[in-house]
Design a protein around this ligand. Structure first.
Ligand code: BG6
Length: 505
C-alpha cells in the first residue's frame, strides 16, 4: 500500500496489449498519476507489445492523445514534465503473442534497455490482454527465460513479476489450469492477480475502519450484528460487451472476485500484521468457513427495457451481440453463511446487477435492535435498528444511522445519521484506481492481490450454482425493468428471513 511513499526501484514495464483499452484508459493514466505523486521509478522503460505495426513514436503519441482527451474533461492539460517521466523511454514491439520470435526479440530489447538505463534487471510484465492469452504469454515468457529469478531471495538478477487481469478462469477447473500454467515457470510471489475493487480507496479503508479504531471491532460479530448487506448496483447496461457478457453473466463477472473481496474485507479475522501473507491467510480462512451455496440461496435476474435516470434503456435481449432468447443473468442476489465463531447465524446478503436504479456500491451492517422494554409506556411502537454503512462508490464515506429523540414533550424517536464523507476531509489526488495496485506491484507488496488458493476457493463456492443454472432455463426472464431495484424474487430471498433490502435509489 502507498504508505511506503518512496519511488519504486528502476525497472521496465512490458505491457502486452499495448494498443488495447485497458492500457490507454487505466494503465497509462495511472502511471501519469503516480508521476504526480513522485511515485514513479526514477528510471523507467515502457515497452508495449501488440500484434499491429506501429512505431514507438506513434504508440506514445496515441497514448498521450487519449490522456489529453481524458484530462480535458476536467479542464486539465497534459503536464509535459509529468508526461516526460512516463514516456521518456517508450518502445513499441510489434509481435504475435503466440510466436516464439516475439519473445526472443523482447529478450534482446530488455537486455539493451537494461544496459542503457541500468534497470537492475527488474521487469514487470503486464497482461492487459484477453484472458485466452494469459496461459500462452506466461508459458512463452517462461520458455524464453524471461521470468527466471535467482538467488535465495529470488531477486538475484532483479525482480520479474507478472500482473494478471481478470477473468481468472471461468470455473474451478479453468482457474486451476491457469494457475498450473503460471506456476510452471513463475513462483507464487511473482504473480499479481488483480481485482480492481481492491484498488479502490474506500475498500482499503475497511481495514483501517475495523482495525485502527477501538470502537468497531468489539461489536463486529454475531453478538451485535443482525446481518450484512453488500450491494454493487450499476446503472449501465452491458454496453459494447454483449459478446463477453453472453459467455460470462453477472455471477461470474462480479461475485467470485469483486463481491467476495468485499465480503473478505468485512468478515475476515484481524491479521497479526499488514504483511501480505498474514492478510491472505486470514482471507483464505474466511473463504473456507463459507457454507456451500445451494440454488435456494441464490436468485438470478435479467433486465427488461425501462427508464434509467430519465433515459430509455433497452432490454438485455435487445443489446448488440446478445441472443434474443438469452438466458444469461444480468443480476444476482445471494445469501451466504459464514460458519465460524464470529459470524455463525449472521447472514451476508449480496446483490449485484446491471441497469439498476442507480450506481451504488455499499456495505451495510445492520445491528441488532435494542430491547424495547424501556419504551413500552411511551408512544414509540417500534425501535429502528442501527446501521453502519460503508459507502464505496460513487459516494465515498461512512454513515452511522441510529435513533434519536425528536425534540418535544413526547418520547418520539427518529432514525438520524452521522455522515463522514471523504471529500470533506481529504483532498484526493486524481486517480483511476490502478495507481496503488501498480505501485504495490513495483515495490513487491502483494497485500491487495489474490493468491492462487483464494481464486480457486471462490470459484469452488459459486460452481454448484453455475452448474445448477446451466441445467435449468430461467422461465421468467426478463424479470426486472431497467431502472428498477431488481427482481422481486430477490426481495423474497430476504423476506423469508423476515428482512428486507435497503433501497438502492
Ligand atoms: C468489471 C466488470 O470487472 O467491473 C464490469 O467486468 C463491471 O462488468 C465493472 O461494470 C465494475 O467496476 P467499477 O469499478 O466500475 O465499479
Amino acid at each position: 500500500m502507498l504508505s511506503h511513499k518512496a519511488p519504486p526501484p528502476p525497472c521496465a514495464i512490458v505491457i502486452f496489449g499495448a494498443n488495447g483499452d485497458l492500457t490507454k484508459r487505466l494503465i497509462i493514466p495511472a502511471l501519469y498519476n503516480l508521476a504526480r505523486t513522485h511515485l514513479l521509478p526514477e528510471r523507467l522503460s515502457l515497452v508495449g507489445v501488440d500484434h499491429n505495426k506501429k512505431t514507438s513514436e506513434e504508440w506514445s503519441a496515441a497514448l498521450k492523445d487519449f490522456l489529453a482527451q481524458t484530462l480535458a474533461k476536467n479542464n486539465e492539460e497534459v503536464d509535459e514534465t509529468l508526461w516526460g517521466q512516463v514516456a521518456r523511454c517508450m518502445t513499441f514491439l510489434s509481435g504475435d503473442f503466440e510466436k516464439n520470435d516475439t519473445y526472443s526479440r523482447l529478450k534482446d530489447l530488455l537486455a539493451e534497455l537494461d544496459e542503457k538505463q541500468s534497470l537492475g534487471g527488474n521487469v514487470l510484465f503486464y497482461m492487459a490482454v484477453a484472458d485466452r492469452f494469459f496461459g500462452t504469454i506466461a508459458g512463452k515468457l517462461g520458455e524464453a527465460g524471461l521470468v527466471k529469478v535467482g538467488g535465495p531471495d529470488n531477486k538475484q538478477n532483479g525482480f520479474r513479476r507478472l500482473i494478471v487481469e481478470k477473468p481468472f478462469g471461468h470455473d474451478v477447473a479453468s482457474a486451476k489450469a491457469l494457475n498450473a500454467c503460471l506456476l510452471k515457470y513463475l513462483k507464487e510471489e511473482q504473480i499479481y492477480r488483480i481485482d480492481h475493487f481492491l484498488g479502490k480507496e474506500t475498500v482499503q479503508n475497511i481495514m483501517a475502519l475495523r482495525f485502527a479504531n477501538g470502537l468497531f471491532e468489539p461489536i463486529w460479530n454475531r453478538d451485535r450484528v443482525d446481518h450484512v448487506q453488500i450491494t454493487v448496483a450499476e446503472s449501465i447496461g452491458v454496453e459494447t460487451r454483449g459478446k463477453f457478457y453472453e459467455a460470462t453473466g453477472a455471477l461470474r463477472d462480479m461475485v467470485p472476485n469483486h463481491l467476495f473481496q468485499l465480503v473478505a474485507m468485512t468478515a475476515m479475522e484481524p491479521p497479526v500484521s499488514f504483511d501480505a501473507e498474514d492478510i491472505r491467510a486470514k482471507k483464505a480462512e474466511m473463504f473456507r468457513a463459507i457454507h456451500p451455496l445451494g440454488l435456494g440461496d441464490v436468485v438470478r435476474g435479467q433486465y427488461d427495457s425501462g427508464i434509467v435516470g430519465d433515459q430509455k434503456a433497452k432490454a438485455y435481449r435487445a443489446e448488440d451481440n446478445v441472443s434474443p432468447e438469452s438466458a444469461v443473468e444480468t443480476y444476482v442476489a445471494m445469501r451466504i453463511q459464514i460458519d465460524n465463531w464470529r459470524w455463525a447465524g449472521v447472514p451476508f446478503y449480496l446483490r449485484t446487477g446491471k441497469r439498476l436504479a442507480k450506481r451504488s456500491t455499499e456495505i451495510a451492517i445492520r445491528f441488532k435492535r435494542a430491547p424495547y422494554a424501556l419504551f413500552r409506556e411511551t408512544p414509540v411502537d417500534e425501535l429502528d435498528a442501527d446501521w453502519l454503512i460503508l459507502k464505496i462508490q460513487p459516494e465515498e464515506g461512512i454513515r452511522l444511522r441510529f435513533n434519536a429523540k425528536r425534540p418535544g414533550p413526547a418520547m418520539a424517536l427518529e432514525s438520524v445519521a452521522m455522515n463522514f464523507q471523504y471529500k470533506d476531509y481529504f483532498k484526493q489526488a486524481p486517480a483511476v484506481g490502478y495507481e496503488t495496485l501498480i505501485y504495490d506491484c513495483l515495490i513487491g507488496d502483494a497485500t491487495l492481490f489474490q493468491r492462487a488458493d483464494q481464486v480457486e476457493a471462490a470459484w469452488a463456492l459459486v460452481e454448484p450454482v453455475l452448474d445448477g443454472w446451466a441445467n435449468t432455463t430461467p422461465r421468467h426472464f426478463p424479470n426486472y425493468a431497467a431502472g428498477s431495484e431488481g427482481p422481486s424474487a430477490a426481495n423474497d430471498l430476504l423476506a423469508r428471513d423476515g428482512r428486507s433490502w435497503r433501497r438502492i435509489n
